[in-house]
Design a protein around this ligand. Structure first.
Ligand SMILES: Nc1ncnc2c1ncn2[C@@H]1O[C@H](COP(=O)(O)OP(=O)(O)OP(=O)(O)O)[C@@H](O)[C@H]1O
Ligand SMILES: [Mg+2]
Length: 273
């Protein structure tokens, strides 16, 4: 995969001071509730909605990611993190708010049309076909493509060499960490413009978590912005350019990863002090 030199200095870049036009981030110990997303590459803007005709789960919730960034969503169980991801991916009817990708309003597009527009999404559960081989999972990922998918598969194998060794094995036989690699690899097969990951390190050991984070950083360095939900909040915020703390479907805190890690309220409430 190609490298972009401007992205080599990874992690905790304070874009609020580098972005021209100025951000709205508050510096010091306090973090913003809402981000400035006017020009964001991918943004779920002021999203309000729930499942079917049920009660609203998201309340005026805004989540965004920009090129070169890893944006991380953290928050308690049931806070609406997955619901926010699903809303951005088009699996939820929003009652208010919009979703924009690269300046285009995609609020009314189906998930499949969003994939065609360049969104890659790895859901929290059921994110691989367990009875199919690793290679077949990757092929399925490329279902919308009509061109030669082999170079992309080689790139996925370069990123996750173990998947090449196991390419003929049923994905269900792989370890938890390797399954997550299959899931991320499958999403990369569409050559997405932006990658959304819901708890990519769920259920893996700390060592495997670190490895997965390293691979995710590597993907982001190829120029693909990453929006991910993580329950390993502290570790995820350490690699986050931008972090969102959601509580009960609302933006509670927003800042750079570093700002959130330094925020007393965030530390006390969400990071165990
Ligand atoms: N398919 C669904 N239909 C109806 N309600 C749902 C559905 N999925 C989730 N919910 C509800 O939406 C709320 C938010 O759930 P969500 O899964 O978005 O939380 P989360 O922050 O991702 O939690 P977790 O950390 O456990 O993954 C919860 O009250 C949950 O019960
Ligand atoms: Mg979830």
């Amino acid at each position: 995969m190609s490298r972009n030199a401007w992205q080599e200095d990874r992690g905790n870049k304070d874009r609020s001071i580098t972005r021209s036009g100025g951000g709205t981030m508050v510096h010091g110990s306090a973090t913003d509730v809402r981000p400035d997303t006017t020009r964001a590459f991918l943004v779920g803007d002021s999203m309000t909605g729930g499942y079917g005709t049920g009660a609203d789960i998201l309340h005026d919730c805004t989540i965004a990611v920009d090129p070169g960034e890893i944006a991380v969503i953290v928050g308690p169980n049931g806070a609406g993190k997955s619901t926010g991801m699903k809303a951005i991916f088009g699996m939820l009817n929003l009652r208010q708010g919009s979703v924009r990708l690269d300046g285009e309003d995609i609020t009314d597009l189906s998930p499949q049309d969003r994939v065609a527009k360049g969104m890659g999404f790895v859901p929290q559960t059921s994110n691989i076909f367990t009875s199919m081989s690793v290679e077949e999972n990757l092929e399925m990922g490329a279902f919308i493509r009509r061109d030669d998918i082999r170079p992309t598969m080689e790139q996925v194998f370069e990123l996750f060499p173990i998947l090449k060794d196991k390419r003929r094995q049923p994905a269900g036989e792989l370890s938890g960490g390797q399954r997550q690699q299959v899931a991320v690899g499958r999403a990369l097969m569409t050559k997405p413009k932006v990658l959304m990951l819901d708890e990519p390190t769920a259920g893996v050991s700390p060592i495997v978590m670190d490895e997965l984070f390293d691979r995710i950083i590597e993907v982001s360095r190829t120029g693909i912005p990453i929006l991910m939900v993580e329950q390993n909040a502290r570790q995820a915020l350490e690699i986050a350019d931008r972090g969102y703390v959601l509580v009960q479907g609302r933006n509670a805190h927003t800042g750079t990863g570093r700002e959130l890690l330094a925020d007393d309220d965030v530390r006390r409430s969400f990071l165990g002090g």
